[in-house]
Design a protein around this ligand. Structure first.
Ligand SMILES: [Zn+2]
Length: 281
């Protein structure tokens, strides 16, 4: 037996995925700690992406979320090569029918219309169904006078639907204009990454625009801009912190404080009495 194989035999067997290297600080972290703690790196606090359902569990009171329009699925209007195949793969990977989950849930007891994008489904891209579900949610919020929260995570407009995808920018924005006329509040939460047509429509139109720390938020990505203008980009360009400093965002809120912050904003925007320790303060 060679030395190498003897060493191999003595080495304890570590199951795959028990430890991982943090993609931000490169420290070795215990995967279980990550998954039990809202997916934050325990060493550097890096915010790992959440699926739509994980995000709903984080923000909504337990068992309060009731989904709407769950089974809307897109057609393939342009007969784009492999589009149906891609949908099928994303559906089995994420167990979702599209890149956004919409419904009504309670946040610290406040009934709220909630839409959450799932980046795992074709990069959280916006096609006809994402636009339609978000628009229906806005219209429902308007009719029922429910405050609206949309959590974005998106690669932009879905190119497989081309102009039909692009149209969703105007459609969702017009619906939000009506919501504003009805004086129903809207909070937008932008998470890593929120880009393209999603940034350029509903994600940026909140009465309050919040982002998670270090989230990439942009229309065109840094590489595209760099190649186009052939100039060095400023430090931290297109991160949530940079955009907060330059006026595109209102707040950058770490994940553990999100629910309480959103609830506090909702109470303020809806003119509800303050709750819990705030009331005593
Ligand atoms: Zn880390």
């Amino acid at each position: 037996m060679s030395i190498l194989s003897r060493i191999r035999r003595r080495r304890p067997v570590i199951p795959d995925g028990l430890w991982m290297k943090c993609q931000s600080c490169e420290e070795i972290i215990y995967t279980k700690t990550l998954y039990e703690g809202n997916k934050l790196c325990p060493k550097c606090g890096y915010h790992y992406p959440l699926s739509a359902r994980e995000r709903i569990a984080l923000l909504c009171d337990e068992g309060s979320f009731v989904e709407r329009d769950a089974y809307l699925i897109p057609l393939d209007p342009l007969q784009f090569p492999e589009y149906l195949d891609k949908q099928e793969k994303s559906r089995s990977k994420t167990k979702e029918y599209e890149a956004v989950v919409t419904g009504v849930g309670r946040i610290e007891g406040i009934a709220t219309a909630i839409g959450v994008m799932d980046f795992g489904y074709i990069g959280g891209t916006m096609g006809s169904v994402v636009g339609e579900k978000v628009t229906r949610l806005i219209e429902h919020a308007c009719t029922e006078r429910l405050p609206l929260l949309v959590v974005s995570a998106s690669g932009g407009v879905r190119m497989q639907e081309s102009i039909i995808g692009l149209m969703q920018m105007a459609k969702t924005s017009a619906a939000l204009y009506r919501l504003r006329q009805a004086r129903v509040p809207y909070i937008s939460l932008l998470t890593n990454p929120t880009t393209g047509g999603t940034t350029a429509s509903y994600a940026s139109l909140g009465d309050v625009n919040i982002a998670e720390p270090k989230a990439l938020i942009c229309f065109a990505g840094p590489r595209v801009i760099k190649q186009t203008i052939r100039q060095e980009l400023p430090e931290g360009f297109q991160t949530a912190e940079f955009l907060l400093e330059h006026g595109l965002l209102d707040m950058v809120v770490p994940r553990p404080e999100l629910k309480a912050t959103i609830a506090r904003l909702l109470r303020y925007l809806l003119n509800l009495p303050v709750a819990g320790p705030e009331a005593a303060a």
